[in-house]
Design a protein around this ligand. Structure first.
Ligand SMILES: *Cc1c(COP(=O)(O)O)cnc(C)c1O
Ligand code: SF4
Length: 410
């Protein structure tokens, strides 16, 4: 019984999207099997024949599967498959997991290595592009192979099967580069490793004195939420600060299961951030991004980046004009919680790194004043101060004293 005066429990009446799909597609799976991520992996759909059994494919999708078969693998966990709308080819879950013909078309200017990562890859598993942080490519497998994956040269399999020796060399690289204070473990999907394999990576990295933080990029909370067990969350917490950076692109993906996975991490003291990718006709609309942000915040996940799609082979059909991303940000800023507004990031083709864009709110810069327009387009003036010396006299003192009191150099 609910205490008097409270509204009825809203979840009680709500149908579960994945339960519905599961009943239709995997009626024989037991609860224990469904909740077991290894069962999910063993039953992932990996080819056309299998896929046809579960989803009535359009001719575009059927041809897409055939024409991309030599280019990039297919893999869809039963859970993610259960979210697919069997009637609508524009279902965002479907668009992210089933290829279409356009994916087989490589346009002029598209790159196999769109971010120029291979130029800054001192070790097989290290991308060192920015001064103080590295990307650590731990493996080449994923729970679902995203049709928009721009690292498919790695996740297509075979090439980057990383040996223990290569991983050790990666850790050695970080150890011998004292400027690296932030390690972003990615791949592939690091949560496809067993807890103990993951720990074999986290333990030595977190022991390196100059490594201040670790981030793990994963799509597991979205595509395989049952992988986020208490044991996994506890393992991560042991190596704090570990941030999990996940990858929800559409509100439909924020199911009760996905939400529980995120909250389990947060409850264990592991902050979760989200990087979404803007994709044409999938989430290229301010209303959708706003709903996504709101659902994420309610799951205690902080929207971090909204990525402009990279210029990667076979992704042209998913790219939006730069102006669309800016328009979306403009429609969020001021209209919703500031925390719900992600940074719009463009990772520059060829290896320039990420830059962020935002609508220009400053209208005129002057020595005396700066003129702005606010989110509604109204003009406001900000007077410049008389004094402009911004040096901080105490900083020299602080830098000298801080180490004595156990503050590490930032
Ligand atoms: C995105 C990225 C990072 C992390 O960038 P942040 O802006 O710190 O989140 C680090 N290395 C590489 C190669 C990247 O692409
Ligand atoms: S989970 Fe990440 S690395 Fe794996 S296919 Fe999707 S986008 Fe690519």
């Amino acid at each position: 019984m609910l205490p008097a005066g409270l509204p009825p429990e809203p979840t009680a009446a709500r149908a579960s999207l994945s339960a519905e799909g599961r009943k239709r597609l995997f009626p024989n799976a037991t609860d224990a099997e469904w909740a077991d991520w290894r069962w999910q992996q063993r039953h992932a759909v990996r080819g056309l024949e299998q896929l046809e059994r579960y989803v009535p494919l359009t001719s575009n999708e059927r041809a897409g599967v055939q024409e991309t078969s030599a280019l990039f693998r297919i893999g869809i966990s039963p859970y993610y498959l259960s979210l697919i709308d069997p009637e609508h080819p524009f279902c965002p879950v479907r668009m992210q997991s089933i290829p279409v013909r356009a994916e087989a078309r490589i346009r002029p200017g598209e790159l196999a290595d769109p971010l120029g990562e291979d130029k800054t890859r001192p070790e097989e598993c290290i991308v060192h592009k920015y001064p103080d942080r590295v990307l650590f490519l731990a493996l080449d497998t994923c729970s679902v192979y995203c049709r928009h994956c721009t690292r498919r040269r790695i996740t297509q399999g075979g090439v980057a099967e990383l040996s223990k020796e290569q991983l050790r060399r990666g850790v050695d690289y970080v150890r011998s580069h004292p400027e690296v204070r932030d390690v972003l473990i990615s791949g592939g999907d690091p949560f496809m490793l067993s807890d103990s394999r993951l720990e074999e990576l986290l333990a030595p990295l977190s022991e390196i004195p100059h490594v201040e933080m670790i981030r793990i990029g994963t799509r597991v909370p979205v595509c395989l939420p049952m992988r986020v067990t208490d044991a996994l969350a506890k393992t991560l917490r042991r190596y704090a600060p570990v941030f999990v950076v996940t990858h929800f692109n559409h509100p439909k993906e924020v199911t009760p299961e996905a939400r529980e996975a995120c909250e389990r991490l947060v409850d264990h003291g592991v902050p979760v951030e989200n990087q979404a990718v803007l994709m044409r006709q999938l989430n290229s609309d301010a209303r959708i991004i706003k709903e996504l942000s709101h659902l994420l915040l309610r799951s205690r996940v902080r929207p971090y980046y909204l990525h402009q799609m990279d210029v990667a082979e076979g992704c042209e059909h998913l790219r939006t004009p730069i102006a669309k991303g800016l328009e979306i940000i403009q429609q969020l800023r001021g209209y919703t919680t500031g925390l719900a507004v992600p940074h719009l990031a463009v990772d520059l083709p060829g290896g320039g790194g990420k830059v962020t864009l935002q609508p220009d709110y400053a209208v005129e810069y002057g020595a005396q004043e700066t003129v702005f327009r606010n989110y509604k387009g109204e003009r406001f003036t900000y007077p410049e101060p008389e004094e402009t010396d911004c040096t901080c006299p105490y900083d020299g003192v602080w830098q000298e004293r801080a180490p004595r009191y156990g503050y590490r150099k930032g």
